[in-house]
Design a protein around this ligand. Structure first.
Ligand code: ATP
Ligand code: MG
Length: 144
């Protein structure tokens, strides 16, 4: 689904709507330049998942963990990651297998480590400072 938002609240609301579709083990891979709104979107997802802690980009810690109503929530920011090996080292595959919901900023850094079954959210700067294009799609993996 392609959307255009005109405020950070609207982007966050799209995240909140996506949260209603998420369950244990789901992955949301977010793409988009610096300041495109990945964190705002994920803040909305977290609100929809019932997270009460403060949600901010884990740029230096790489991963934050929150408590949602239905499951744990892992919020990754791979901006500073330089190789897939670093992502493996932090235990990414264990997080994916843990049953928690994984929300990922700069998901392109994970490359092939992303599971085939995932939501992809691509954000782009719009024509003015309050406008963003937000594309949301669901991948279910290659059919057997
Ligand atoms: N329509 C909009 N949607 C989301 N953010 C918006 C919008 N309009 C303006 N903004 C502003 O853009 C910025 C988005 O910042 P945010 O931290 O979410 O980006 P990000 O993609 O996570 O960046 P980074 O790569 O640095 O982590 C905020 O300052 C927000 O107020
Ligand atoms: Mg961010």
């Amino acid at each position: 689904m392609d959307h255009v938002t005109h405020s950070e609240a609207e982007t966050s609301r799209l995240g909140e709507e996506l949260a209603a579709r998420l369950g244990s083990g789901d992955v949301v891979a977010c793409f988009g330049d610096l300041g495109s709104g990945k964190t705002r979107f994920i803040q909305g997802v977290c609100r929809g998942l019932g997270v009460r802690e403060h949600v901010a980009s884990p740029t230096f810690t790489i991963v934050n963990e929150y408590g949602g109503i239905r499951s744990r929530v892992f919020h990754f920011d791979f901006y500073r990651i330089r190789s897939a090996a670093e992502i493996l080292d932090l235990g990414f595959e264990e997080y994916l297998a843990s049953g928690g919901i994984c929300l990922i900023e700069w998901a392109e850094k994970a490359g092939d480590l992303l599971p085939e079954r995932r939501y992809e959210v691509t954000l782009a700067l719009g024509e003015d400072e309050h406008t963003r294009a937000v594309a949301i799609s669901e991948y279910r993996g290659v059919p057997a």
